[in-house]
Design a protein around this ligand. Structure first.
Ligand code: ZN
Length: 467
């Protein structure tokens, strides 16, 4: 009896000294700022010079700022092929200074649309130098676009931060298994083919999986629980438009579909899943779906999941960000191979120069550019914990789907979004197995075999630390 009284007393004292405080409310703000380049301008995505002739739909930087108590974080999703480290580092620094959000809590990613500007890396530099050598100037110089882009990134985060208000956060997955396919195939001769073409009789089976899960983080108004914005993540290459008009690719039709459902002010932020080896090409059919149909189908799936109760509120909001750097050694080439690649740059884009040689030529020249900053590339891995059940992993580069699936499988969170191309775009990060199999993506990778598995380890450690 006395013991019980003592326990009760101690509990009361503990209750006074350590009051169980209700968590601070989660606030969020979303903003969009247009980043469409001028016309004409070089476009990104393929291994030849291609000039824009107009705009199908404008390109945007889409930002969400989260705030809880003193913790703040910003995620920015840009309708761009990628965002190189030079640009993301400068932008994050400036955003940090302007908004007070810690640089480590800021992430800037490209959706990988292949109908945006070519404004960085080896091909941009090469076409620029060639124009200057020939004409003395380059009418499509990408330096002014990069400078403007950095200003717009600061602007979009500032606007999102100014818009923060208490929100209800729900999260979960939808399943979309109709539109995305592994683009590597085991062929009859034992090799691994890449985009081998519709109805190719030599296909045995896909060489790897897809990820049919669509990660959804929905932000709704606190009072009426009206959907206001969503972060949607799906693993499928944004190369479904083509041509010479600027476009956000299937993100445009996806966000249109969700606006039809949830009103014209609903905002979609698309984080590209780990789709290094995943695209929309269905080899069992001749006609391929294009951006408009793909976004519409994906939007149907997301809308149904939201309305059908697939999302749930996590445990108390608990905003936190952790990050780490994986040092990835660059691949090594002999001096004669480097000299040959430099000489071969003028053949890039020529019809008689084989595709994989084109890819390797650009890769070797780009590695030498990267080596100026060191023999290893710092690959930043960030984890954003939004509540006790929801986390977003941000990875650099174009990551193979198996690696994203491994992170999700190891994550202790109920809902884990794994988004690629964050803060740096240094082409592909294949699995160890894919490096052994070869073909396009391993040829177009600048880092050594095993880098992808290290990213999985780093992300998994951070997820466990935060859970
Ligand atoms: Zn790609």
């Amino acid at each position: 009896m006395k013991l019980l009284r003592l326990v009760v007393l101690l509990t009361m004292i503990a209750g006074c000294i350590l009051p169980v405080r209700a968590a601070e409310p989660l606030r969020a703000g979303v903003a969009l700022v247009e980043i469409t380049p001028p016309v004409p301008f070089r476009m990104s995505g393929y291994f030849f010079e291609r000039l824009s002739t107009g705009t199908k739909d404008p390109l945007f930087a889409r930002a969400v700022v989260f705030q809880q108590g003193k913790e703040t974080a910003a995620l920015v999703f840009c309708d761009l092929l990628g965002v190189p480290r030079e640009v993301s580092a400068a932008a994050r620094e400036k955003i940090g200074k302007t908004t007070g959000i810690p640089v480590a809590n800021i992430t800037i990613t490209g959706t990988h649309t292949h109908t945006g500007p070519l404004y960085f890396t080896v091909l941009s530099d090469y076409f620029h130098d060639r124009a200057v050598a020939k004409n003395g100037t380059d009418p499509y110089d990408s330096a002014p676009y990069r400078a403007t882009l950095i200003e717009k990134l600061v602007e979009v985060v500032s606007q999102a931060k100014a818009a923060v208000a208490p929100v209800k956060l729900t999260s979960g997955y939808a399943v979309e298994d109709r539109i995305a396919f592994n683009r590597r195939f085991v062929m009859k001769d034992g090799s691994v083919g890449w985009n081998p073409g519709a109805k190719n009789p030599n296909i045995v089976r896909p060489a790897g999986p897809t990820d049919p899960q669509v990660g959804i983080v929905l932000l709704s108004s606190l009072e009426k629980a009206e959907p206001q914005a969503a972060i949607v993540s799906f693993a499928m290459h944004l190369d479904t438009t083509g041509g010479t008009l600027y476009s956000a690719d299937y993100v445009k039709s996806l966000s249109d579909r969700l606006q039809r459902e949830f009103g014209p002010n609903f905002k979609t932020l698309f984080g590209t899943g780990t789709c290094g080896n995943i695209n929309h090409i269905d080899v069992t059919r001749q006609e391929q779906r294009k951006a408009d149909a793909l976004g519409e189908l994906l939007g149907d799936t997301v809308a149904k999941a939201i309305q059908g109760g697939a999302l749930s509120s996590g445990r108390e909001p608990a905003l936190a960000v952790r990050s780490t750097k994986v040092m990835a050694p660059l691949q090594k080439y002999r001096p004669d191979e480097i000299a040959k690649a430099k000489a071969n740059m003028e053949r890039v884009g020529a019809r008689d120069f084989p595709f994989l040689e084109t890819v390797e030529t650009c890769k070797i020249v780009d590695i030498e550019r990267l080596r100026k900053f060191g023999d290893e590339v710092p690959l930043e891995v960030q984890v954003f914990r939004l509540d006790g059940d929801t986390a977003i992993v941000m990875l650099p580069a174009e990551v193979f789907v198996e690696l994203g699936l491994a992170i999700k499988a190891a994550s202790p969170f109920k809902t884990t979004l794994v988004v690629e191309l964050a803060n740096d775009d240094i082409a592909y990060i294949p699995t160890k197995q894919a490096f052994a199999e070869g073909n396009y993506e391993p040829t177009n990778s600048r880092v050594v075999r095993g880098t992808g598995e290290k990213l999985v380890e780093a992300a998994t450690t951070l997820l466990k630390e935060l859970h």
